[in-house]
Design a protein around this ligand. Structure first.
Ligand code: NAG
Ligand code: NAG
Ligand code: NAG
Ligand code: NAG
Ligand code: NAG
Length: 415
């Protein structure tokens, strides 16, 4: 854990140095440098503006041991509401039903080993606020443009290095051919090693909407290691959604980083916050539970619950086109990007970094896979299929409602 953090800090210092040099050299060496200065000032202003937009005034701020600052922001002041889209929006604190038929009091009293986030060690957010991971200047500097921070799933769209073409690879189980109104799944959490800073490794459930016009919408939730977005190699809780009103599947955003977007109602858990503890190879296993469902008896919003207890909030139905009625496919599994540096597959791991054949406590898994059907009932899918794009790098083995997935990336069979 220590070495990636050190790498992170050294990297951001390098960026700052580079910037200083960019600002200074033209002015000192040539004495002109007006365009550079103006450019630099414009960027500074953009950064200030964007930080102000994303980091709302906090009623309380909590410093997390991982270096994050968690701002407790009044629920009505969250960044999602900046957009005129939400002009007439009334915040829903609860959906109108729970697909397990539980009342919400049952949900919150259910005992379990709760997931914790590192910042909990140093405090909690008060009533009527939500915890938001504070965006730092260096986070914005990693994006291709300040305005794009957190808005692209894949870093090749989000870096000024034109040589970065990351391929995405996955090992998943999916169901399709029906109308789906949600899904529930349990996944164990790991801390995969990442070779290159712009690569990521994630495990998630993905709810996909498609229509005759090819408008793909998605809702994604899970855990992820993503330096490009978060500036370190911690395992973090994340969400992503993509709407392609402009036919662009990769545009959307992570966590609470855009408006309009996800509306958070929960004061305990921060999207983008790091998760603790993480499973240990051949040792203790730590699981996360996810449930996403469409509130079709209410406004039709898509709700997210994490753990058995934390109702996180919702993606408003009107964000979506093809997901506005139902989903056409549900996927569960791992995804990584592979920079293929020097023509070689990178050693970025998926899941635990071990192949499915190793089994329990060694390979990563999903279990208790369920879908929400047209009668709002959770049930086990009676059919599912797999995709492993490069089984020699990352594989998946399916047992209908649970499966192992993952792998080490580069190895003798995955050159
Ligand atoms: C808000 O409501 C007003 C009055 O009903 C309506 O004219 C307007 O279009 C609505 N705005 C949005 C963004 O929905
Ligand atoms: C999709 O988004 C990427 C990244 O912002 C952009 O480069 C591309 O032009 C977009 N494509 C379309 C069809 O809008
Ligand atoms: C991209 O990579 C190639 C080969 O590694 C190199 O020759 C070229 O200069 C690079 N281009 C940029 C813009 O960095
Ligand atoms: C799955 O099971 C349900 C309920 O038992 C049934 O209605 C449905 O037709 C089955 N679907 C498939 C693809 O077998
Ligand atoms: C991947 O897993 C499947 C089982 O789902 C197995 O049949 C196959 O041999 C594995 N492939 C590799 C390359 O290990």
């Amino acid at each position: 854990m220590a070495s990636p953090c050190v790498r992170g800090r050294r990297w951001s210092r390098a960026v700052k140095m580079t910037l200083c040099l960019c600002f200074l050299i033209p002015m000192v060496a040539t004495g002109i440098g007006n365009t550079n200065t103006i450019f630099g000032q414009k960027q500074k202003l953009d950064i200030q503006r964007q930080l102000k937009r994303l980091n709302k005034p906090a009623l309380k701020s909590i410093k997390s041991p991982d270096g994050d600052i968690i701002d407790c922001v009044h629920i009505k002041n969250q960044p999602a509401f900046d957009h005129p889209f939400f002009k007439n929006h009334t915040i829903q604190m609860r959906p109108s039903f729970h697909p397990e038929g539980l009342s919400f009091d049952d949900v919150s009293s259910k005992s379990e080993s709760q997931i914790t986030q590192l910042w909990h060690l140093n405090g909690r957010c008060p009533e009527e606020t939500i915890p938001i991971r504070r965006t730092k200047e260096e986070d914005l500097l990693r994006a291709s443009s300040v305005a794009n921070y957190g808005r692209n799933k894949y870093p090749q769209f989000d870096t000024t290095d034109t040589n970065v073409t990351a391929f995405h690879e996955n090992a998943i189980v999916f169901v399709t051919g029906d109308k789906y109104y949600g899904t529930k799944a349990t996944v164990n959490a790991w801390k995969p090693q990442i070779q290159e800073q712009v690569e990521f490794s994630l495990s998630q459930l993905l709810i996909l909407g498609d229509n005759a016009r090819g408008e793909l919408n998605s809702i994604e939730a899970g855990w992820m290691v993503n330096y490009h977005v978060y500036g370190d190699y911690n395992t973090r809780l994340f969400t992503f959604f993509a709407t392609n009103k402009d036919s662009n599947q990769t545009r959307g955003c992570y966590d609470l980083l855009c408006s309009p977007g996800f509306v958070q109602t929960n004061k305990e858990i921060a999207l983008g916050g790091s998760i603790n503890p993480i499973s240990v190879y051949a040792g203790s296993q730590y699981e996360l539970h996810f449930l996403v469902w469409k509130d079709i008896k209410g406004r039709g919003d898509w709700w997210l619950q994490v753990g058995n207890k934390y109702l996180m909030g919702y993606w408003p139905a009107s964000l979506f086109v093809s997901l506005s009625e139902s989903a056409s496919q549900i996927q569960w599994g791992g995804e990584v990007t592979n920079l293929q540096k020097n023509g070689k597959h990178t050693t970025t791991q998926m899941g635990s970094g071990h192949f499915p054949e190793e089994g329990f406590s060694k390979a990563s898994y999903f279990t208790n896979l369920q879908i929400v059907d047209g009668s709002n009932v959770l049930r086990f899918p009676n059919y599912s299929a797999i995709v492993a794009r490069k089984p020699n790098c990352y594989n998946v083995t399916n047992f209908i409602n649970h499966f192992y997935y993952g792998g080490p990336g580069r190895n003798p069979n995955c050159p």
